[in-house]
Design a protein around this ligand. Sequence first.
Ligand code: HEM
Length: 168
Amino acid sequence: MKTKEVDKSILNLVIDGVLLILLAAMSGIGGLIKFILVPGCVRNQMYSNHVKLSFMGLDRQDWGRIHLLIGIIFIVLMVVHIVLHWRMLGCLFRKWIDNKVWRVIIASFVAIVTVVLLLGFLLVHPKVVPLNGNHGRVSIRVNGDTPYSECSLSTVKPTDLLIQTPVF
Ligand code: HEM
């Protein structure tokens, strides 16, 4: 193999290794946010009120920010991975589907679905529904995170609620 090809293979290997580690980190931190550093209402049920949950000195929101940052790096590296394999993908695609019209249709479909799923959130608005019991005027949040109505455990009392966020 020529030196340039070896360099590209090593770069691919390193990027794939980093992608795997980032994927594991994203999943692990997602699990940490979901199951360990539970939202305020669940936390009040599991522990006592007036406690704060953290891991390695960072709370749920801090880990959420790290999770997002890793997610963005993952997406960027995934794009680099696809660019580096572009010619190979093109060859396989042409080999798989010899009809050019079908290739254009499938490629356009995949491109449109990707863009819509990735950036579609920029065009949507939330459906705003008044919560039962508070006359639609306030959406109550516990410590700024999960809304009261989302607490699955039933014994959370209104006195557990620390922050009230008006809904406009
Ligand atoms: C292997 C892939 C991923 C897994 C398994 C995963 C899993 C999770 C889980 C379990 C949560 C917690 C949801 C909850 O609060 O109940 C979460 C939150 C979140 N994820 Fe992911 N995620 C992944 C990839 C990504 C990527 C690629 C991004 C963005 C680039 C992302 C952005 C976020 C954000 C912004 C939150 C909210 C964090 C917060 O509460 O502050 N995730 N994710």
